[in-house]
Design a protein around this ligand. Structure first.
Ligand code: FE2
Length: 75
């Protein structure tokens, strides 16, 4: 949960589809998956944690976009 809370202050400027804090995006993703697949808890969890790699980028002080899934490959 602590890693997810770190997403709350992170807006990924390299992701043109997300201008919300990533924690909000994580819960929205998990909730949409739950609505479509209420029996697949593993899938809901995957939606919740799918952007946790962005926390690693912040911890390493890598440049924005270096861990993005949209534009650049992770190092
Ligand atoms: Fe995402």
């Amino acid at each position: 949960m602590e890693a997810l809370e770190m997403l709350n202050s992170l807006v990924d400027e390299s992701d043109p589809d997300v201008d919300l804090p990533n924690l909000v995006h994580a819960f929205q993703t998990a909730e949409r998956i739950r609505a479509e697949h209420p029996d697949l808890e593993w899938f809901q969890l995957t939606g919740l944690i799918h952007d946790l790699g962005k926390v690693l980028r912040e911890a390493r002080a890598d440049p924005p976009g270096s861990c993005s899934t949209k534009r650049n490959m992770p190092r």
